[in-house]
Design a protein around this ligand. Structure first.
Ligand SMILES: [Mg+2]
Ligand SMILES: [Zn+2]
Length: 240
């Protein structure tokens, strides 16, 4: 089964297939977490990450890195420095593992004084995933978000994908809510890849998920500033 965008109403362009995607947190998931690191020489892939991504890419998954980088808003490093780090990261994945990354999405904003997102893109907000889905024709309902904190899990669920926890020690608060319950917990990239490959039919496509019950979403939304929840409602219809 495959999902297609409707024919473009303005140009009449033919429908394009939507692809499933693995959205990947960077620090503590794809690479070892060195807080606010901007030095390419300190990049260390998590064990097995490159090999796993090569298998998943081969199976037909799009790959998009989604990363909170409040160090930009805090003035710890510049956009140019971060761009240099990303360039090395993406090139090393290609050179060492043959992995092509479709996009790297960055939230440059800081959270508010209570640690909550003050923008629509900082995880646990789903803005980066939704924007990437539009840009790259991704099918969120057949996609996954993997990260080492429950904020990553929540962002995945809020985007309409499945949120998976890569348990490498990054989560310390364990604040729970229905949207923060991982659809799977993994402590190695090998087992994560096996899980995703088993969930994908031979044509690289798995059936769409049932929609998240609205009541579940509302309960979890209470953690958020009212204004932001309402703003998100216009981006994510299930929050309305
Ligand atoms: Mg992380
Ligand atoms: Zn942001």
């Amino acid at each position: 089964m495959s999902t297609f965008l409707p024919t473009d109403a303005f140009t009449g362009a033919p429908a394009r297939p939507l692809r499933p995607c693995l959205f990947i947190d960077k620090d503590g998931t794809l690479i070892e977490n060195v807080p606010y690191n901007i030095d390419p020489a300190k990049l260390r892939f998590m064990p097995g990450a490159g090999e796993a991504l090569a298998r998943l890419r081969h199976a037909g998954l799009a790959l998009v890195i989604v990363t909170n980088q409040s160090g930009l808003a805090r003035g710890f490093f510049t956009r140019a420095q971060l761009a240099r780090l990303q360039e090395v990261l993406v090139r090393r994945l290609q050179d060492e593992f043959g992995v092509v990354i479709d996009d790297v999405a960055v939230c440059p904003h800081a959270p508010d004084a209570r640690g909550r997102p003050a923008c629509l893109c900082r995880k646990p907000a789903p803005g980066m995933l939704i924007r990437a889905a539009r840009a790259h024709h991704l099918d969120l309902a057949r996609s996954w978000m993997v990260g080492d904190t429950l904020d990553d899990v929540e962002a995945g669920h809020r985007a309409g994908a499945q949120g998976l926890l890569f348990d490498s020690g990054g989560e310390t608060e364990w604040r729970r809510s229905p949207l923060r319950e991982p659809a799977g917990v993994f402590n190695s990239w090998a087992t994560l890849a096996e899980h995703l490959l088993a969930a994908m039919p031979a044509d690289g496509v798995r059936p769409a998920l049932a929609p998240t019950p609205a009541a579940t979403v509302k309960t979890a939304g209470s953690h958020w500033p009212d204004g932001l929840t309402h703003a998100l409602a216009s981006v994510v219809p299930t929050l309305a």
